[in-house]
Design a protein around this ligand. Structure first.
Ligand SMILES: Cc1ncc(COP(=O)(O)O)c(C=O)c1O
Length: 463
């Protein structure tokens, strides 16, 4: 398809979106008056169509917009809504806790169950709460530096770990650069950050060999720049190289929790020193969690003793991490409801089975339409990559990117009642996702691919 034809098609889709969403459009226009970027969070502008839908309500996988239209949600708040919207168990637990007091600077009895369940699922014994995954990563970095006495944090090119300064770097022609649009914020990245390509053991060995890296901060499968699976043996090499160089290893499973109840760490028996999870675990209440191995916790307590303060001396010792609302009664009640009743083993089995159907159906359509795109899957998470083969690293993904075509794809789906994550083409299933939701997605995806290839409609699965 020529660039001109694609642009005309995009213009038609944009006109249709504007026509059907006059109220959202008006709200976005008036939002320019008091919001820095027109909306409460500037990322909300990133939806294809020129302005975001304004949501009236959401329940399960259904989102209703202020113009009265309904959508099947596969974005799920970019994973924050992975429990399904307004999950009854979370709503009940949170409402009950609000009535009993939301935040007290006192622990509640739910903490006991939650601590034991976190240890069981994620295989690390000691835990702390924050108010976001970004904040949990920052706490973990601080702990790693305290314990190792080193400053450098190593990340993989194309990573995203939230608003973590050290991770705002990427690679361009083999050199470390700031990620596009991110101000260095007075941080000397040359001193505190290092970045290598994912799945490159030689580059990793060289980067750790100088023995000045405190921490490798990584997702076990990269999910924020397309989706990039670790090559066979790469995670074992990562673990061995970090151990050999005295570097700590943190798996940030904020997104890869989609792999199962314990993320990759629980599913594959991984052995990180630190672990972070956020978003979905709070069921919509802002929560981040960091976990530590027994050995690492022991090293930390040597520097910052754990023991109870004496009655005479209650010195302030905030350690540089924490947060006034972290570990609040409300957060702990929400996490308990999520882990006990929503993101259970049985829910994951269903969610992953539906994601399998999505992935298989999409691959079948692409084959039938002769469109050379790749469908990646990580448990309940499915990603459409505009390239023929699985990427090994972010540079491979970048080569396959086509911003205009991706915008058209997102908008086409949006105009036909399907929400996919605006930043890349990610689909997520949740406990409320139904076979009919999957069928609907595949129907619209097939229509899109049919128009794209100009070959007319075929039924999914007919190839
Ligand atoms: C892997 C990973 N870690 C951390 C974060 C940050 O989460 P939050 O924005 O909730 O702090 C994200 C957000 O997308 C993420 O994908």
């Amino acid at each position: 398809m020529s660039a001109g034809v694609l642009r005309q098609w995009l213009a038609r889709e944009q006109a249709s979106f504007a026509q059907h969403h006059p109220t959202s459009r008006a709200r976005f226009q008036s939002g320019q008056e008091h919001y820095l970027y027109g909306v409460p969070l500037h990322w909300m502008r990133r939806w294809a169509g020129g302005f975001p839908l304004y949501a009236a309500s959401a329940s399960g996988t259904t989102v209703r917009c202020v113009d009265g239209l309904e959508y099947v949600d596969f974005c799920l708040g970019d994973t924050g809504g992975m429990c399904g919207h307004a999950a009854p168990a979370v709503t009940a637990a949170v409402a009950a806790q609000l009535e009993r007091g939301a935040t007290l600077m006192l622990p509640t009895e739910d903490a006991e169950w939650v601590g034991a369940e976190l240890a069981r699922r994620f295989r690390l014994p000691y835990w702390g709460f924050t108010t976001s995954a970004s904040d949990a990563n920052r706490a973990a970095i601080r702990i790693a530096r305290m314990v190792t006495g080193r400053d450098v944090v190593l990340v993989f090119n194309g990573c995203y770990h939230g608003s973590v300064e050290e991770a705002h770097v990427g690679l361009a022609a083999g050199r470390m650069v700031m990620r596009s649009g991110v101000h260095p914020n007075a941080v000397d990245h040359g001193r505190v950050s290092r970045v290598v390509e994912f799945n490159d053991p030689a580059a990793l060995a060289a980067a750790l060999g100088t023995r000045d890296v405190a921490l490798v901060l990584a997702e076990p499968c990269m999910t924020n720049y397309g989706m990039i699976e670790a090559a066979p043996g790469f995670l074992a090499t990562l673990r061995a190289l970090t151990r050999d160089s005295g570097t700590l290893l943190l798996f940030d499973e904020t997104h890869t929790l989609s792999a199962g109840p314990g993320g990759y760490t629980g599913r594959d028996g991984l052995d990180p020193d630190l672990f972070v999870v956020g978003k979905a675990v709070g069921g919509g209440i802002p929560v981040g969690l960091y976990g530590l191995s027994a050995q690492l916790a022991g090293r930390l307590w040597q520097q910052a003793p754990r023991g109870a303060h004496s009655l005479q001396v209650r010195q302030s010792s905030h350690l540089g991490f924490g947060g006034t609302l972290a570990g609040s009664a409300l957060q702990v009640a929400a996490v308990r409801a999520v882990l006990a009743e929503v993101l259970t083993e049985a829910s994951f089995a269903r969610m992953i089975a539906l994601a399998d159907e999505l992935a298989v159906g999409a691959r079948t359509i692409l084959r039938a339409r002769r469109i050379p795109w790749f469908i990646a899957q990580s448990g309940a998470r499915v990603e459409t990559l505009l390239a023929p083969s699985p990427p090994r690293n972010a540079s491979d993904v970048a080569r396959g990117r086509d911003a205009e075509l991706e915008t058209l794809f997102h908008l086409y789906m949006l105009n036909r009642g399907i929400l996919i994550t605006p930043f890349h083409s990610m689909l997520l299933t949740c406990p409320a996702t139904s076979a009919a939701d999957v069928e609907r997605y595949l129907e619209v995806f097939d229509a899109f691919c049919g128009e794209l290839s100009g070959s007319g409609a075929v039924t999914p699965g007919a190839a």
